[in-house]
Ligand binder design. Structure first.
Ligand code: ZN
Length: 180
């Protein structure tokens, strides 16, 4: 499940109005990372709100049911993306239904965007200046416990090989060091 960073007071006050989706472009099946990807159509300045991550609001129980089914598909050898975001203690957001372009944004271990949770809404925000044509990415923030089911193909120098939240990757590195 994807997990956003709670909004910081600092970025809340400096946030501009979301001007875009026109800044974004989807390439179906065209990403070098995975399946479809989302690309910058124009230059996007750092700290810019790019798009809201939209989706169907579902209960934690329903979320677990869908995620378990997805993991089962992955273990049978199928390719399966998750579009579920952790929203609060009771609800999650599943972009498989009611989602917008943001659900096609890939994970990267060295992303150019971040996700932020602000009063029940998840925003994708530029972490740095992004050039036209660059693929948009953010850290999916997956829990460490699910690492084996979520290989990463982001291809960055800092890629740890699996989709794991940045603040939990040290566990993966430790695991690799101690592996036979
Ligand atoms: Zn990676």
């Amino acid at each position: 499940m994807r997990s956003p960073t709670p909004v910081s007071e600092k970025s809340k006050s400096s946030r501009p109005e979301p001007p875009l989706p026109p800044a974004l472009l989807i390439q179906r099946g065209g990403s070098s990372i995975h399946g479809s990807g989302v690309y910058a159509r124009i230059a996007i300045p750092a700290a810019h709100v790019i798009v809201e991550y939209r989706g169907e609001r579902i209960t934690k129980a329903e979320s677990k049911r869908r995620e378990d089914a997805r993991i089962a598909r992955v273990r049978r050898g199928h390719d399966s993306c998750t579009y579920i975001f952790d929203l609060n203690q009771r609800h999650d957001l599943d972009a498989r239904r009611g989602g917008n372009i943001s659900r096609f944004i890939n994970h990267s271990c060295e992303p150019n965007c971040r996700s932020e949770l602000d009063r029940g809404h998840i925003w994708i925000i530029a972490e740095r200046d992004i050039a036209p044509g660059e693929e948009i990415t953010f850290d999916y923030g997956f829990a460490f416990r699910d690492w084996a089911d979520n290989p990463c193909r982001c291809g960055t120098a800092g890629c740890v090989g699996f989709i794991v939240a940045e603040n939990q990757r040290w566990r993966l590195r430790r695991l690799k060091r101690t592996a036979p």
